[in-house]
Design a protein around this ligand. Structure first.
Ligand SMILES: [Ca+2]
Ligand SMILES: [Ca+2]
Ligand SMILES: [Ca+2]
Length: 250
Protein backbone atom coordinates (compact mmCIF):
# COMPACT_ATOMS: atom_id res chain seq x y z
CA UNK A 1 0.00 0.00 0.00
CA UNK A 2 1.30 3.38 -0.96
CA UNK A 3 -0.13 5.35 1.94
CA UNK A 4 3.13 7.05 2.78
CA UNK A 5 3.73 8.01 -0.81
CA UNK A 6 0.25 9.41 -1.16
CA UNK A 7 0.53 11.16 2.14
CA UNK A 8 3.56 13.09 1.02
CA UNK A 9 1.97 14.04 -2.25
CA UNK A 10 -1.45 14.92 -1.01
CA UNK A 11 -1.29 15.93 2.60
CA UNK A 12 -1.31 19.45 3.89
CA UNK A 13 -2.28 21.27 0.76
CA UNK A 14 -2.02 24.92 1.41
CA UNK A 15 -5.34 25.75 -0.07
CA UNK A 16 -8.41 23.97 -1.26
CA UNK A 17 -8.43 26.23 -4.30
CA UNK A 18 -5.84 24.04 -5.97
CA UNK A 19 -8.32 21.19 -5.96
CA UNK A 20 -7.25 17.61 -5.67
CA UNK A 21 -3.71 16.41 -5.66
CA UNK A 22 -3.37 13.03 -7.24
CA UNK A 23 -0.80 10.57 -6.02
CA UNK A 24 2.61 10.76 -7.54
CA UNK A 25 2.10 13.97 -9.47
CA UNK A 26 4.78 16.60 -9.05
CA UNK A 27 6.63 17.62 -5.94
CA UNK A 28 4.97 17.52 -2.55
CA UNK A 29 3.20 20.72 -1.59
CA UNK A 30 4.85 22.91 1.00
CA UNK A 31 3.81 22.07 4.53
CA UNK A 32 1.28 24.23 6.27
CA UNK A 33 2.87 26.82 8.45
CA UNK A 34 1.04 26.89 11.69
CA UNK A 35 -0.72 30.18 11.97
CA UNK A 36 -1.66 32.33 14.86
CA UNK A 37 -4.61 30.25 16.02
CA UNK A 38 -4.74 29.42 19.69
CA UNK A 39 -2.01 29.67 22.27
CA UNK A 40 1.02 27.52 22.84
CA UNK A 41 3.98 26.48 20.76
CA UNK A 42 2.91 24.52 17.67
CA UNK A 43 4.45 21.22 16.71
CA UNK A 44 3.64 19.70 13.34
CA UNK A 45 3.10 15.97 13.44
CA UNK A 46 3.61 13.43 10.66
CA UNK A 47 0.97 10.97 9.44
CA UNK A 48 1.47 7.27 9.95
CA UNK A 49 -0.57 4.41 8.42
CA UNK A 50 -0.22 2.30 11.57
CA UNK A 51 -2.96 1.79 14.18
CA UNK A 52 -2.91 1.80 17.95
CA UNK A 53 0.17 3.96 18.65
CA UNK A 54 1.60 3.53 22.14
CA UNK A 55 -0.90 0.71 22.68
CA UNK A 56 -3.92 3.04 22.56
CA UNK A 57 -7.32 1.46 22.16
CA UNK A 58 -10.13 2.56 19.88
CA UNK A 59 -13.89 2.57 19.72
CA UNK A 60 -15.96 1.78 16.63
CA UNK A 61 -17.35 4.58 14.49
CA UNK A 62 -20.52 4.42 12.43
CA UNK A 63 -19.70 3.51 8.86
CA UNK A 64 -21.94 2.58 5.96
CA UNK A 65 -25.37 1.07 5.37
CA UNK A 66 -24.61 -0.42 1.95
CA UNK A 67 -27.86 0.78 0.38
CA UNK A 68 -28.48 -0.86 -2.99
CA UNK A 69 -29.84 2.27 -4.61
CA UNK A 70 -29.26 5.97 -4.02
CA UNK A 71 -32.06 7.73 -2.20
CA UNK A 72 -33.29 11.04 -3.62
CA UNK A 73 -32.64 12.52 -0.16
CA UNK A 74 -28.94 11.73 -0.30
CA UNK A 75 -28.17 14.28 -2.99
CA UNK A 76 -26.13 12.31 -5.50
CA UNK A 77 -25.74 14.66 -8.46
CA UNK A 78 -23.26 12.78 -10.63
CA UNK A 79 -21.92 9.25 -10.27
CA UNK A 80 -19.03 7.43 -11.94
CA UNK A 81 -19.85 5.42 -15.05
CA UNK A 82 -21.27 1.99 -14.28
CA UNK A 83 -18.85 -0.89 -14.52
CA UNK A 84 -21.29 -3.73 -14.05
CA UNK A 85 -20.04 -4.51 -10.55
CA UNK A 86 -22.50 -4.19 -7.69
CA UNK A 87 -22.56 -0.82 -5.99
CA UNK A 88 -23.80 0.66 -2.73
CA UNK A 89 -24.78 4.26 -2.00
CA UNK A 90 -24.09 5.79 1.36
CA UNK A 91 -23.54 8.84 3.46
CA UNK A 92 -20.38 8.70 5.56
CA UNK A 93 -20.05 11.18 8.38
CA UNK A 94 -16.42 11.88 9.20
CA UNK A 95 -14.76 14.92 10.79
CA UNK A 96 -18.18 16.33 11.58
CA UNK A 97 -19.39 16.41 7.99
CA UNK A 98 -21.50 14.12 5.88
CA UNK A 99 -19.92 12.90 2.65
CA UNK A 100 -21.56 10.85 -0.07
CA UNK A 101 -19.89 7.53 -0.75
CA UNK A 102 -20.26 4.89 -3.43
CA UNK A 103 -18.68 1.52 -2.80
CA UNK A 104 -18.25 -1.07 -5.52
CA UNK A 105 -17.72 -4.79 -5.21
CA UNK A 106 -14.99 -4.90 -7.83
CA UNK A 107 -11.62 -6.52 -7.21
CA UNK A 108 -10.06 -4.63 -5.62
CA UNK A 109 -13.18 -2.94 -4.28
CA UNK A 110 -13.59 0.79 -4.83
CA UNK A 111 -14.59 3.52 -2.42
CA UNK A 112 -15.61 6.80 -4.03
CA UNK A 113 -15.61 9.56 -1.43
CA UNK A 114 -17.19 12.95 -2.14
CA UNK A 115 -14.22 14.77 -0.67
CA UNK A 116 -15.41 18.23 -1.70
CA UNK A 117 -19.01 17.47 -0.64
CA UNK A 118 -20.66 18.78 -3.80
CA UNK A 119 -22.70 15.67 -4.62
CA UNK A 120 -20.57 14.97 -7.69
CA UNK A 121 -18.69 11.70 -7.26
CA UNK A 122 -16.72 12.21 -10.47
CA UNK A 123 -14.75 15.36 -9.63
CA UNK A 124 -12.77 14.08 -6.63
CA UNK A 125 -9.53 12.12 -6.61
CA UNK A 126 -9.63 8.55 -7.95
CA UNK A 127 -11.54 6.11 -5.74
CA UNK A 128 -9.79 4.53 -2.79
CA UNK A 129 -9.00 0.91 -3.54
CA UNK A 130 -9.44 -1.69 -0.84
CA UNK A 131 -6.15 -3.20 0.23
CA UNK A 132 -7.64 -6.67 -0.07
CA UNK A 133 -10.16 -8.20 -2.46
CA UNK A 134 -13.45 -8.07 -0.57
CA UNK A 135 -15.57 -4.98 0.04
CA UNK A 136 -15.63 -5.63 3.77
CA UNK A 137 -13.75 -6.30 5.88
CA UNK A 138 -11.07 -4.21 4.27
CA UNK A 139 -8.81 -1.21 4.72
CA UNK A 140 -9.25 2.01 2.75
CA UNK A 141 -7.38 5.32 2.65
CA UNK A 142 -9.23 8.55 1.96
CA UNK A 143 -8.39 12.22 2.28
CA UNK A 144 -10.50 14.46 4.48
CA UNK A 145 -10.81 18.22 4.09
CA UNK A 146 -10.53 20.20 7.28
CA UNK A 147 -11.85 23.51 6.03
CA UNK A 148 -11.16 25.41 9.25
CA UNK A 149 -7.45 24.59 8.96
CA UNK A 150 -7.29 24.60 5.15
CA UNK A 151 -5.75 21.17 5.41
CA UNK A 152 -6.41 17.98 3.50
CA UNK A 153 -5.22 15.03 5.52
CA UNK A 154 -5.02 11.29 4.90
CA UNK A 155 -7.19 8.94 6.89
CA UNK A 156 -6.77 5.17 6.69
CA UNK A 157 -9.45 3.00 8.24
CA UNK A 158 -10.65 -0.55 8.68
CA UNK A 159 -14.22 -1.06 7.47
CA UNK A 160 -15.98 -4.13 8.77
CA UNK A 161 -19.32 -5.73 9.61
CA UNK A 162 -19.56 -5.13 13.32
CA UNK A 163 -20.98 -7.48 15.90
CA UNK A 164 -22.55 -4.30 17.27
CA UNK A 165 -24.60 -4.17 14.07
CA UNK A 166 -24.02 -2.47 10.74
CA UNK A 167 -20.84 -1.64 8.89
CA UNK A 168 -18.49 0.25 11.16
CA UNK A 169 -14.91 1.45 11.06
CA UNK A 170 -11.96 2.38 13.18
CA UNK A 171 -8.84 4.34 12.25
CA UNK A 172 -5.75 2.52 11.03
CA UNK A 173 -3.56 5.59 11.20
CA UNK A 174 -2.32 8.27 13.56
CA UNK A 175 -0.06 11.32 13.78
CA UNK A 176 3.26 11.39 15.55
CA UNK A 177 6.15 13.71 16.31
CA UNK A 178 8.60 14.73 18.97
CA UNK A 179 8.47 17.23 21.78
CA UNK A 180 11.83 18.53 22.95
CA UNK A 181 12.13 19.27 26.65
CA UNK A 182 15.54 20.36 27.92
CA UNK A 183 17.22 18.96 24.79
CA UNK A 184 15.62 15.57 25.22
CA UNK A 185 12.99 14.28 22.78
CA UNK A 186 9.72 12.68 23.76
CA UNK A 187 7.34 10.96 21.38
CA UNK A 188 4.01 12.73 20.87
CA UNK A 189 1.03 10.95 19.36
CA UNK A 190 -2.42 12.06 18.23
CA UNK A 191 -4.87 9.24 17.66
CA UNK A 192 -8.55 9.36 16.67
CA UNK A 193 -9.50 6.99 19.45
CA UNK A 194 -13.22 7.67 19.24
CA UNK A 195 -13.28 7.07 15.47
CA UNK A 196 -14.93 10.23 14.18
CA UNK A 197 -12.17 11.74 12.04
CA UNK A 198 -11.67 14.64 14.47
CA UNK A 199 -8.47 14.58 16.51
CA UNK A 200 -9.37 17.62 18.57
CA UNK A 201 -11.69 15.57 20.76
CA UNK A 202 -9.14 12.89 21.69
CA UNK A 203 -6.25 13.01 24.14
CA UNK A 204 -2.72 13.69 22.92
CA UNK A 205 -0.17 11.32 24.40
CA UNK A 206 3.39 12.18 25.38
CA UNK A 207 5.49 9.12 26.11
CA UNK A 208 7.21 10.85 29.00
CA UNK A 209 8.79 7.72 30.46
CA UNK A 210 9.86 6.45 27.03
CA UNK A 211 8.45 2.96 27.53
CA UNK A 212 6.54 2.94 24.22
CA UNK A 213 3.15 2.85 25.94
CA UNK A 214 0.55 5.40 26.92
CA UNK A 215 0.77 5.34 30.70
CA UNK A 216 -1.09 7.00 33.52
CA UNK A 217 -0.87 10.75 33.24
CA UNK A 218 0.65 10.68 29.75
CA UNK A 219 -2.71 11.22 27.96
CA UNK A 220 -3.51 14.91 27.93
CA UNK A 221 -6.70 16.74 27.08
CA UNK A 222 -6.43 20.52 26.52
CA UNK A 223 -5.49 22.30 29.72
CA UNK A 224 -4.01 19.18 31.31
CA UNK A 225 -0.33 19.01 32.24
CA UNK A 226 2.45 16.55 32.84
CA UNK A 227 5.80 17.20 34.49
CA UNK A 228 8.65 16.15 32.21
CA UNK A 229 12.25 16.55 33.24
CA UNK A 230 11.27 19.29 35.67
CA UNK A 231 9.19 21.19 33.12
CA UNK A 232 5.44 21.59 33.33
CA UNK A 233 4.10 20.66 29.89
CA UNK A 234 0.47 21.63 29.24
CA UNK A 235 -1.49 20.65 26.15
CA UNK A 236 -3.02 23.79 24.67
CA UNK A 237 -4.81 22.19 21.73
CA UNK A 238 -4.73 19.65 18.94
CA UNK A 239 -6.14 20.58 15.56
CA UNK A 240 -9.10 18.59 14.16
CA UNK A 241 -6.90 17.20 11.36
CA UNK A 242 -4.28 16.00 13.86
CA UNK A 243 -1.55 17.89 12.02
CA UNK A 244 -0.80 20.45 14.71
CA UNK A 245 -0.49 20.12 18.47
CA UNK A 246 0.29 23.04 20.75
CA UNK A 247 1.95 22.96 24.12
CA UNK A 248 2.76 25.48 26.78
CA UNK A 249 5.91 24.81 28.80
CA UNK A 250 7.13 26.46 31.95
CA1 LIG B 1 -17.21 15.69 -5.40
CA1 LIG C 1 -11.88 11.90 17.48
CA1 LIG D 1 4.84 5.81 28.55
Amino acid sequence: MNFRHRSIAATMLLTLAFGCSKSGEGPPPPPIKAGAMGGGTPIELQPSPEPFPLGLSVSQGSGLHLFDTPSPDQGFKKIPQESGAKRHYDEFTIAGKTHLVITEESNPPKFWFDENRNGDLTDDRTPALGEKSELIPNTYSIHIRYDGEKVIAPYRFWLFGSNMGGVRFYPVCHWHGNLTVKEKQYKVVAFDANADGDYSNDPVVIDADGNGKAGDGESLTPGKSIAINGVQVTLASVSPSGLTVRFNMK
